[in-house]
Design a protein around this ligand. Sequence first.
Ligand SMILES: *[C@@H]1O[C@H](CO)[C@@H](O)[C@H](O)[C@H]1NC(C)=O
Ligand SMILES: *[C@@H]1O[C@H](CO)[C@@H](O)[C@H](O)[C@H]1NC(C)=O
Ligand SMILES: *[C@@H]1O[C@H](CO)[C@@H](O)[C@H](O)[C@H]1NC(C)=O
Ligand SMILES: *[C@@H]1O[C@H](CO)[C@@H](O)[C@H](O)[C@H]1NC(C)=O
Length: 483
Amino acid sequence: MYLFLVLSLHTLWVAVSIAMQHGHYDMCKTQTKSDEGIVWEYMACQPESRDMTPYLKVKLEPPNSTCGDPPEPFCAMGNPYMCNNECDASTKELAHPPELMFDSEGRNPSTFWQSVTWKNYPAPLQINVTLSWGKTIELTQNIAITFESGRPEKMILEKSLDYGLTWQPYQFYAADCLDAFRMEPKSVKDLTSSTVLDIICTEEYSTGYATHTKTISFEIKDRFAIFAGPRLHNMASLYSQLDTTKNLRDFFTVTDLRIRLLKPATGATFVDERNLERYFYAISDIKIHGRCKCNLHANSCTFTNNRLACDCEHNTTGQDCERCKKNYQGQAWSPGSYLTIPKGTANICVSSMPSNCYCYGHSNRCTYIEVVNTAVCVGCRHNTHGQQCEKCKKGFHRNGSAKLDDVNVCIANICDNELLRCQNGGVCHNNMRCLCPSGYTGILCEKQKCEDTGSCSSKSGQESVSHNLYLITMIIVTRLCTF
Ligand SMILES: *[C@@H]1O[C@H](CO)[C@@H](O)[C@H](O)[C@H]1NC(C)=O
Ligand SMILES: *[C@@H]1O[C@H](CO)[C@@H](O)[C@H](O)[C@H]1NC(C)=O
Ligand SMILES: *[C@@H]1O[C@H](CO)[C@@H](O)[C@H](O)[C@H]1NC(C)=O
Ligand SMILES: *[C@@H]1O[C@H](CO)[C@@H](O)[C@H](O)[C@H]1NC(C)=O
């Protein structure tokens, strides 16, 4: 007995530790043994985090802001007197198209997108680089934008959650935040759990015309660390925050990102108007890691016909598994939940087709009503009604010797309070008969007992005639419905 306990504790421990290792929510279901045999157990799940750049579309505004059409000279960064470089869109070796922001790094010489130079000075050289996925994704790692030239002196990173319809700033970047955006400079390190959603302006990444540091970051991990600890060892804590705080979840969710390049690196107070070939933007790499947002109902996401879509489980459907499949709308859709680590709660969609017992066989159709979050049987037969056809409709009462799924479950009332009144002071008993006061008889006590007096003044009122007619009709109707 003791050994058994130790063994099962051990087994439990192994199971838990395996589940902890798979705390990435990488399984949507598993088979387990239960009293009813082998059953499926469902779990919250999500796709693995990966490089999301292969799946995006890039758009430049204005569209003609890539250098090289027509060919133009530019100066080497860091050496404004070496201006014999050329950008030529029609020559592969000299072209710098936008795709080069996303090709593999580590090539020598490095490959990069490059903009036109600031030849229209003093008109600002401003370019929007929009990255669109056509799918909601959740960012999991820092966004890193590496500039081949100096980092811009003014830039805004923006995000959209509605496929580019509306935009919100994500972070402001400037050499001088007050001057550029009238914002106090801040660092992500200044943020706390109550200010984690604040949009800040940072000066950390905008200085250095000639430094070796070329990267601009949007710090996802530092924000995660506010909840999960410095080395993200407590992801459970982060997940439970994400579960309960929609704003926080949405903060890391995007459909599009937009890099608004507002002023190139100049490295000086004054713009050198005689050498405008010095000023341009050049981006050699953009890193964006994330995962498809599948509402914790899918552990993979596929890219087909240039479109990302979740491979939905739990009988959900839609690009983000954001609704229940047809015939699985037995209760309101809801996202899976990270809570109850390590497996989470799957919140699977349940069938809205009545199972044998849902409408007790009195209907084979039900409809899901959103406001009350329930399925309701439609067209209950056999004189039943109610959400599950579990009640008798008006004028009928429950047949005590019939089960709920019996076609005879509801029988017509002989009397009740509303429709069929016992007359002359009779009292309705169990909807089946009128208990008549002495002196009266008949189903509804409508007849006077006249043996004694011999002089019955039949009170054949119209009322009792119509009640009798009603009663007969009801009985016929009941019979018709029953068969
Ligand atoms: C881009 O096109 C617009 C309108 O066609 C034009 O005004 C502008 O000068 C062009 N810019 C460059 C850098 O060629
Ligand atoms: C970039 O986008 C912003 C916001 O829509 C817009 O106001 C601005 O004119 C765009 N910049 C360029 C260069 O098209
Ligand atoms: C979804 O529906 C199918 C078909 O009825 C069923 O086999 C499957 O187990 C369901 N999955 C879940 C997660 O409920
Ligand atoms: C009540 O149900 C039983 C079982 O189906 C049936 O035999 C009986 O006839 C029903 N009673 C009436 C009054 O219909």
